[in-house]
Design a protein around this ligand. Structure first.
Ligand code: FES
Length: 130
């Protein structure tokens, strides 16, 4: 079961429990690889630049019209699952660690950086993979 959380500054609560994995997760541990269809209501908030979703403990953000970024939900500061996308980078709401869209640390709490994933955007489909 995947938990899907919508994120936008103006949305106070928008939480879905998606019953099925998004289009094809790979089995077996380390090979994170899934696709999201923007025409699916569960993921349609990613049609807007600046929004993000949390899917399978990955924060997927639309950083521009034609680009996405994805990092793990788990902060490297104290392992809290509180990463969001904010402005032009990723941010931990626990103590304020900041990361670039490629996962580099931007302040002392974020100095270890964070695991970033590859993204591929084709038509209305986003692939996120390790
Ligand atoms: S756990 Fe993320 S900043 Fe401390």
């Amino acid at each position: 079961m995947l938990a899907v959380y919508c994120g936008a500054a103006s949305v106070s609560s928008c939480i879905n429990e998606a019953g099925d994995p998004p289009g094809g997760t790979t089995g077996g541990g380390t090979g994170l690889d899934f696709t999201l269809d923007l025409n699916d209501n569960a993921y349609s908030s990613l049609k807007s630049v600046g929004n993000y979703l949390i899917v399978d403990k990955v924060v997927v953000a639309r950083v521009s019209e034609d680009a996405f970024a994805a990092v793990t939900l788990i902060c490297t500061h104290e392992n809290r699952t509180k990463i969001i996308y904010k402005g032009s980078g990723f941010y931990c709401t626990e103590h304020g660690a900041k990361y670039t869209i490629t996962g580099e640390g931007l302040n002392s709490d974020g100095k270890k950086g964070i695991k970033a994933y590859n993204t591929e955007f084709t038509d209305s489909t986003i692939r996120v993979y390790a």
